[in-house]
Design a protein around this ligand. Structure first.
Ligand SMILES: [Zn+2]
Length: 147
């Protein structure tokens, strides 16, 4: 009942979520297609807990359910293999624990901060998908841009 000054709202953590591309270009000139990534199934949801500004956020660290075991893993991957970056509130104790253990500060108290970076990563990922290969898309192509 007392919501006066000095009351701290219940703690809320925001993370950046994204989805793994269904298909990615692979091999020489990106002429082959592979479903998802080595570690994640295509379409699965992951949390981005760290990005590498020094390399233009081309790589990032994620937490998600692994392709083979279905249990949470923490792994570095290419930004271009993720899409639909967005800020999400996180309640899962497992995700929050893994995030804390990583010690990289990937959780935000402020939704706006997570949203800002999510928007930037979305633009960057699309750019990396386009710019990564110096050959045209295979035909037919099922990569994220072509689907
Ligand atoms: Zn394509």
């Amino acid at each position: 009942m007392n919501a006066g000054a000095g009351e701290t709202p219940a703690e809320q953590s925001w993370l950046i979520a994204a989805n793994v591309v269904r298909w990615r270009r692979y091999g020489e000139g990106g002429q082959e297609l592979r479903p998802g990534t080595k570690s994640y199934r295509g379409g699965s949801k992951v949390y981005v807990i760290e990005t590498y500004a020094g390399t233009g956020h081309e790589q990032l660290t994620t937490i998600g359910r692994g392709r083979h075991t279905g249990s949470y893993i923490r792994i570095d991957m290419a930004t271009r293999n993720l899409h639909t970056f967005r800020a999400v509130p996180v309640y899962s104790p497992t995700v929050l624990r893994l995030c804390a253990e990583a010690g990289v500060g990937g959780c935000w108290q402020q939704r706006g901060d997570a949203e800002e970076l999510a928007a930037r990563l979305g633009v960057l990922a699309a750019g990396y998908r386009t710019g990564h290969w110096d050959a045209p898309h295979p035909t037919p192509c099922r990569c994220h841009e072509c689907l």
